[in-house]
Write a protein that binds this ligand. Structure first.
Ligand code: PLP
Length: 385
């Protein structure tokens, strides 16, 4: 929208024009169903196989480990179903500040009495405390899965997934990481230690909505010859895991978008980190001393594109998002669903149980400019006055 500033890239990103161009033929002349026998179908099947192979190369994995789906929420729900129904997981170690898709899934499976859950503590800086993780996973009385997201969608803080993956590999414990906010900020093809499950959602990285991926480490399945129980029953698409005609334009868009981001990754991350450090420097001049800027004290755990503040609740901050909206600036108070309902951040209640704070999440992207940041500062000063 003209004259509006977008600082909500962690909620969703604009579709990159080259991604749209790559998708267009699959809406138009190459519209065939990959399961059809005729030439339209065969062309679509070839494009689907090619897209999966390209993604596998990008992620330095094999095509058989990649499943396409509708996005992060579906991928996360599926991971829990596979882990619990097919792999026999009976205990989950996680943190109470995961995304609602994870927390609600855990809740469901605990209520069904299929698993028990142990939550790791979270400190006042918003970091998950991992000190006891090694001791906890040594207890092998129940088949365990560690569930820790890579980049927190509200705070932008990082869990060191390579260290966690190494630990889990040492004790042969399954590790799932929700990488929806990180897959486009790290080259996953170059990670030395990866989670057994990780996930992605194209609309978070300049791709289309409704298109996602799930990675499943094939060693999990090969060891015991496990066959995955399907998420959706039907025509047997996605190697029988997820029936239903594949969203080919979405899949083409996802692969094109991740390729586009990875090709420019160094340049984009440099831009984001430099915008973020300017943002924090300027914010510090405006906000009160008791405002927490997540990652300010622990920059080694701060990601590149989320600038998140816990502001003391008062009559100015209570209406913050609306005030920014009036100033034509789009930012958020956390995950898209809770900000839409304006319920406040459940995560902040966990990190600061004794304080009433307002979460302001500013998330930047490849199109963010210094001029936009300066305009934000002028607006913020006016709002807080
Ligand atoms: N996990 C995280 C960390 C997210 O930020 C989101 C989206 O906000 C999701 C999962 C859900 O992804 P999707 O919108 O593709 O369902």
């Amino acid at each position: 929208m003209e004259n509006h500033i977008y600082f909500d890239y962690a909620a969703t990103t604009p579709l990159e024009p080259t991604v749209l161009s790559a998708m267009m033929p699959y809406f138009k002349e190459r519209f065939g169903n990959p399961s059809s026998i005729h030439s339209f179908g065969r062309n679509a099947r070839a494009a689907l196989d090619k897209a999966r192979a390209e993604l596998a190369t990008l992620l330095n994995t094999s095509s058989s480990e990649i499943f396409f789906n509708s996005g992060g929420t579906e991928a996360i729900n599926t991971v829990f179903k596979i882990a619990i129904r097919s792999l026999g997981v009976k205990r989950i170690i996680s943190a109470p500040i995961e995304h609602p898709a994870t927390l609600q899934s855990i809740n469901y499976w605990v209520n069904q009495q299929h698993v028990v859950v142990d939550f790791l503590p979270v400190n006042a800086q918003g970091l998950v405390v991992l000190d006891n993780l090694e001791a906890m996973i040594q207890d092998d009385s129940k088949k365990t899965m560690v569930v820790l997201m890579h980049i927190n969608n509200e705070t932008g803080l990082i869990n060191d997934i390579e260290t966690i993956a190494t630990l889990c590999q040492k004790y042969k414990v399954i590790f799932f990481s929700d990488t929806v906010q990180s897959i486009a900020h790290y080259n996953f093809g170059q990670l030395r230690h990866k989670p057994d499950f990780y996930v992605g959602s194209a609309h978070k990285f300049y791709g289309p909505k409704g298109s996602g991926l799930m990675y499943v480490n094939k060693n999990l399945l090969l060891e015991k010859g496990i066959r995955l129980q399907p998420l959706l029953y039907g025509g047997g698409q996605e190697r029988n895991m997820r029936s239903g005609t594949e969203n080919l334009p979405g899949i083409i868009g996802l692969v094109k978008a991740l390729t586009f981001v990875y090709e420019n990754l160094e340049q984009y991350e440099k831009h984001l980190f430099s915008c973020k450090s300017y943002f924090i420097k300027e914010l510090r001049k405006i906000v009160s001393n008791d405002t927490v800027i997540f990652g300010e004290q622990t920059p080694q755990y701060a990601n590149s594109n989320i600038i998140s503040l816990a502001l003391p609740f008062n009559e100015r901050t209570a209406m913050l998002l609306y005030s920014f909206d009036i100033e034509r600036i789009a930012c958020s108070s956390g995950s898209a669903c809770s900000s839409g309902a304006n319920k406040g951040s459940a995560m902040m209640k966990i990190i600061y149980p004794e304080k009433e704070v307002v979460l302001l999440r500013i998330s930047i992207g490849i199109h963010t400019t210094l001029d936009e940041i300066n305009q934000f500062m002028i607006a913020f000063k006016n709002i807080l006055l």
